[in-house]
Ligand binder design. Structure first.
Ligand SMILES: [Fe+2]
Length: 301
């Protein structure tokens, strides 16, 4: 458990959160605008309207930047590309590969389908379907990308949540967009998101701490501001990561390495006992299975 309850806000300088059901996208409202992580496909029309409202007349050079290739971070990109055919997509080299793979596309479509079904009436038959994404700007650690209007952002590879995670840092404003690389806070708990690698996840958070960001745009939540707050959050996120690994280890021991039983038990305790969540049950379980697998492998059992 964490000790501090953090406050998350909607906008900081010219970074704006576009909010729907715990799946925010972020807009960098600049001469050359950027939208980060336009997630769930069914939210495409909302992201579109918000872009028109915020950066009207400047969408010719729109960037769509992805922190990673999960369905709730890239799902609305094909819809937005149908609306803004000249927009350029940026993501890691690994994400570019994933977003062309039929198996990944099928999974992204499946996880988005639940939202599309729920929102069918609101969408009025509009096609928000997901399809393969061609990544125009394949980014890697150390890249510095200039945006029109004399600004730039730095690219950091921050694997651990997935292998294809990138974080973006704007040195002029001190704003860091890290997707889920730094965990996801919910109340007084920080969900650790080491789905691909525990060690990489910890190393990535430690790397991001050295940036001394003034603000952190966090997936599924909002913007945390204040250099000290960001530092406290990142150190608590590291602590929560260690504690969650230990929790999984204890359950693996209790159930003698039965990973399925561990997932079932933690889902019942953490998810089913409370009504509201920032994530749907299926992706929660997929994520938990991945974390249990990561810890299982670490134990070498
Ligand atoms: Fe994710």
């Amino acid at each position: 458990m964490t000790e501090t309850l953090f406050t998350f806000i909607d906008s900081y300088q010219n970074f704006i959160r576009v909010w729907k059901d715990h799946v925010p996208a972020y807009i960098y409202d600049h001469e050359q605008p950027v939208m980060f992580d336009p997630g769930v496909s069914a939210f495409g029309p909302l992201y579109y309207r918000k872009l028109l409202e915020t950066v009207s007349g400047r969408t010719d050079n729109l960037f769509l930047l992805l922190t990673h290739s999960h369905f709730d971070h890239c799902g609305a990109v094909p819809y937005l590309l149908r609306k803004f055919p000249d927009a350029k997509v940026g993501a890691s080299i690994k994400a570019a590969e994933v977003l062309q793979k039929q198996s990944a596309i099928a999974l992204i479509r499946r996880l988005n389908a639940e939202y599309e079904k729920e929102m069918a009436e609101e969408l009025k038959g509009e096609d928000t379907s997901f399809s393969a994404i061609t990544v125009d700007l394949q980014l890697k650690e150390g890249d510095k990308v200039e945006v029109q209007g004399g600004k730039s952002f730095q690219v950091f590879e921050t694997p651990g949540h997935t292998r294809d995670c990138l974080s973006y840092f704007f040195p002029d404003s001190g704003v860091l967009l890290a997707g889920e690389a730094t965990g996801v806070p919910e109340g007084d708990f920080i969900h650790s998101a080491f789905l691909a690698s525990y060690e990489d996840y910890v190393t990535s958070i430690e790397k991001l701490r050295t940036l001394n960001a003034e603000a952190l745009c966090i997936a599924h939540v909002g913007i945390l501001t204040g250099r000290e707050n960001v530092q406290v959050y990142l150190s608590q996120s590291l602590q929560a990561t260690k504690e969650y690994r230990e929790k999984i280890e204890r359950y693996l021991e209790k159930f003698q390495g039965d990973r399925e039983k561990v997932v079932e038990t933690i889902t019942a305790e953490e998810y089913d006992l409370t009504p509201d969540h920032i994530i749907k049950r299926t992706p929660f379980m997929i994520n938990l299975q991945a974390k249990v697998n990561v810890v299982y492998k670490l134990l070498g059992t």
